[in-house]
Ligand binder design. Structure first.
Ligand code: NAP
Length: 293
């Protein structure tokens, strides 16, 4: 689609933002739809945040994605925040409404999509979440939506772990959550039906690292699911160990695709070509085409 006087602007704000895969994924979908939009990266330093958001309104930007470190900083600039984003305390998708900027968080939907495809009954299940940062918040909200009976969170920093627990007090989601020091992982593993790595351990270039040792993985039930939010390398060491143990494994790529597709649907108010978005990511990451996997 040629850029014309009617072309509208979408983008992603972050700092840094050069590594973002979102422009590739969204522009592939926009091209397939012949939609008169372009999606561009905006590197916005935290000190420039307020004038940048005002500038985006003045420039008539249609909507944008938000990545680290701005997912919480955007909250005071929004006139409407979806209940799920409110519960998580972070927004990853913003669009211009009549009353100003509106925001939501599509990470929950993205995280849930590959789990729902497994058609399991999650009531009564126990989830073990490794790490208590930003992505762990979306995972907690998602596990509440699944109806999990117990959500156990392990973290390496006792103060951050405590703050994480306290931040959910009074939340409408009321997660059935307990927090534990990292050293408690081994005891928690045998009861876990789903283990989610929300830490960056094992992410490129630390490809040999894993949040669980092989001996710890041996404690896990072979019926459990191992889910790594990391999408490169494929598989991560964590998922390679889980596969050796016979577990069902999920990587973070489908979450990335689905959270992006949900955002684009909001901006365009129409269905979007998810397969095109997925294929663009595979190509960008140098992974084999889906039909040969
Ligand atoms: P974050 O806010 O920085 O949280 C990372 C968490 O991991 C923190 O609790 C951190 O603890 C912990 N951690 C880091 N290194 C650790 C170590 N060596 N041992 C134990 N704990 C450690 O980051 P995030 O935004 O949540 O992202 C986390 C991961 O999820 C990244 O790999 C990111 O790429 C991935 N992610 C994927 C998607 C997707 O769509 N697939 C979406 C969001 C995020 P401290 O606070 O003590 O450092």
């Amino acid at each position: 689609m040629p850029i014309t006087g009617k072309t509208r602007l979408l983008g992603v704000i972050g700092y840094p933002v050069e590594h973002s895969l979102s422009p590739v994924m969204h522009n592939a979908a926009l091209a397939a739809l012949k939609a008169n939009f372009v999606y561009v990266p905006f590197a916005i330093a935290p000190g420039d945040f307020a004038p940048a958001i005002a500038g985006m309104a003045a420039l008539g930007i249609h909507g944008f994605s938000i990545t680290i470190p701005h997912k919480q900083a955007i909250l005071p600039y929004l006139t409407e925040i979806s209940p799920s984003a409110q519960a998580i305390g972070a927004v990853n998708t913003v669009w211009r409404g009549d009353s100003g900027w509106h925001g939501t968080n599509t990470d929950v939907l993205g995280f849930l999509s590959p789990l729902r495809a497994l058609s399991r009954d999650w009531s009564g299940s126990t989830v073990l979440i490794l790490g208590c940062g930003g992505a762990a918040r979306a995972v907690v909200a998602a596990c509440c939506e699944l109806g999990c009976a117990a959500i156990q969170v392990v973290g390496r920093n006792p103060e951050k772990l405590d703050a994480f627990l306290r931040s959910w007090q009074g939340s409408a989601l009321a997660p059935p959550m307990t927090v534990h020091p990292w050293g408690a992982t081994r005891e928690l593993l045998p009861q876990a039906d789903l283990i989610v790595n929300t830490t960056p351990i094992g992410m490129h270039p630390q490809v040999d690292a894993s949040p669980l040792t092989p001996a710890q993985m041996d404690q896990v039930s072979p019926q459990a699911i191992a889910y790594d939010l990391i999408y490169t390398p494929q598989p991560t060491q964590f998922l390679a160990l889980a596969q050796q143990r016979g577990l069902t494994t999920l990587d973070g790529l489908e979450m990335l695709v689905q959270q992006g597709a949900a955002a684009l649907e909001i901006w365009l108010q129409s269905p979007v070509p998810v397969a095109v978005m997925r294929q663009a990511l595979y190509q960008q990451l140098g992974l084999e085409p889906l039909n040969s996997r």
